[in-house]
Unconditional design. Sequence first.
Length: 189
Amino acid sequence: MSGQAGGGFGGVEGGRAAEGPPDPAASDHEPVPSAAPAGGTDLAIAITCEPHARDLPLPEPATATAAGVDLRAAVEATVRLAPGERRLIPTGFRIALPAGFEAQIRARSGLALRHGVVIPNAPGTIDADYRGEIQVILWNAGADAFEVARGDRIAQLVVAPVVRPRWQLVAALPASGRGDGGFGHTGLR
């Protein structure tokens, strides 16, 4: 994953040092049959479960056509987020994305609207070569304290293809109708 200077990981951070994947035979999770969403594409992605998440379901979409899968809090005890506080919340899962793909960690709209709980630098990016535990930085931008309990759905993970730029240095860019207008240049109405 990439994002912040000093080894940070966008909206997601690696937890402890990798000790090797947990034994799949010790997991309470059954293999999940691959099923593409209606109108979507399916992609096999290896996933392991940390011991502290054995009782939690694998990340799954909330509806048949959802773009993302829900990530749940793998906290041992309820975590209280005071207004303005940020905390790193573990999910208990590690993934191995195929080369050419990334996973984006995005806020849940209901948490943002009702409670002001967001991911401060969303979308966080998980690169294909990252093997640490997926953890989510939650920020309480709301006015009231917010509690995160074990198993709460705290974020969404969306897998997307990666397109790398192949820069072509030119003397001038082609003209466009917009030009360099930005930051609200079209107004509110």
